[in-house]
Design a protein around this ligand. Structure first.
Ligand SMILES: [Zn+2]
Length: 60
């Protein structure tokens, strides 16, 4: 779906996924490291970086 590197960067840069409910949240890495980011859905603070390009388009 995303064909342009810049668009991809804009979409996935600093985006993290909640480990509990898979909600996507945009934040800076510092907040993740300090666990300052709170999931808007489940309220937990465990996040992982989003996998680039795997959201909708898939590997193909
Ligand atoms: Zn969550």
């Amino acid at each position: 779906m995303v064909k342009f590197p810049e668009a991809s960067k804009r979409l996935f840069h600093n985006v993290y996924v909640c480990r509990s409910c898979n909600t996507k949240m945009r934040s800076i890495p510092k907040k993740i490291n300090l666990k300052e980011l709170k999931c808007k859905k489940c309220g937990k603070r465990n996040f992982r970086p989003i996998k680039k390009g795997v959201t909708k388009a898939g590997p193909t």
